[in-house]
Design a protein. Structure first.
Length: 306
């Protein structure tokens, strides 16, 4: 059985095992109290004592049954951790050996329309003319238009991108005056960006490259700045299954790992999102309040950006 198949099976066992535990304590206690109250009116309490002893035995059996399931779950968890090490190790090797080119990045940036519609609601909510924004690894600018409210709008092109293709999506004024391309996050102004976004990227990276980029994002965000990113939550079976198959389509990750990572860097968790159990995203915030000295938006209205 393949490593990913084992992970899918073990995770399924853990989910289903929870459904098979009994919680009879409260119900049995109610029955016990009822018959204890009734027994006061009888001289011969033999049958009542039998009921009381039977209930105690059932409670002991229930406890033993649930403890056995807990021990099974502990064994499964240990097996899961061992399998996770194998697949994470595989992901690092694959990431290092994969020749990333524009065609691959474009392919990875494709996403279902329903998912894009859901996450762009959050992108639109956190984008604002009062703060600069930055889109990380935009490939050909498929999602750049969702951040148009940000002023200015930085594009981090440290990954493979097609800058000219991105510019074609906007008129000359916007592409030359409002879009600012950077190939190194450390060159951006510190503590100045109000909103950052990374879509369809961390699904294909192991933890260390994600951690390195997030640290740089934290530095450029202003206090109270928000960061939206997508990732592969393998605590969901549909997402875990996407680690399977030829070429290991996605890398292994979980919500638990990502929460631990962003909190270690210093972010606060703002919200989680998920679409059809296969596309997950998280909104995190740099501690503090987002403030701006801008008093108004652009005085010139741009009617057509294409």
């Amino acid at each position: 059985m393949k490593t990913v198949d084992k992970l899918i099976l073990f995770n399924r066992f853990l989910r289903e095992n929870k459904k098979h535990k009994f919680d009879l304590h409260n119900q049995l206690t109610l029955h016990q109290e009822y018959f204890n109250t009734q027994s006061k009116y009888w001289k011969d309490k033999g049958l009542y004592n039998t009921i009381d002893n039977t209930i105690l035995n059932i409670q002991d059996l229930n406890k033993s049954y649930n403890e056995s399931i807990d021990k099974i779950d502990e064994s499964i968890e240990e097996l899961l951790r061992n399998q996770e090490k194998l697949i994470i190790g595989r992901d690092y090797i694959t990431y290092e050996e994969t020749e990333r080119n524009l065609d691959l990045i474009i392919e990875q940036s494709k996403a279902p329309e329903g998912f894009v519609k859901e996450i762009t609601k959050d992108i639109g909510f956190y984008s604002d003319w009062r703060w600069a924004g930055i889109e990380l690894n935009p490939s050909t600018g498929v999602n750049t238009r969702n951040m148009l409210a940000c002023d200015p709008l930085y594009l981090y092109t440290g990954n493979i991108t097609d800058n000219e293709e991105i510019k074609k999506k906007f008129n000359n004024f916007f592409s030359e005056k409002r879009l600012m391309f950077y190939n190194n996050l450390s060159n951006l102004p510190k503590d100045q960006v109000g909103f950052a976004c990374s879509m369809n990227c961390y699904e294909f990276r192991p933890i260390d490259p994600i951690k390195a980029e997030m640290k740089e994002v934290y530095k450029v965000l202003c206090p109270g700045g928000f960061f939206i990113f997508t990732y592969n939550d393998c605590e969901l079976e549909a997402s875990l299954d996407l680690c399977n198959g030829p070429g290991a389509y996605r890398t292994y990750n979980t919500k638990t790992l990502m929460i631990s990572l962003v909190e270690m860097i210093g972010f606060d968790i703002e919200k989680h999102g998920c679409w059809t159990q296969s596309h997950s995203w998280m909104v995190v915030k740099k501690p503090g309040d987002r403030t701006s000295t801008k008093l108004s938006g652009a005085l010139v209205k741009i009617n057509n950006l294409e």
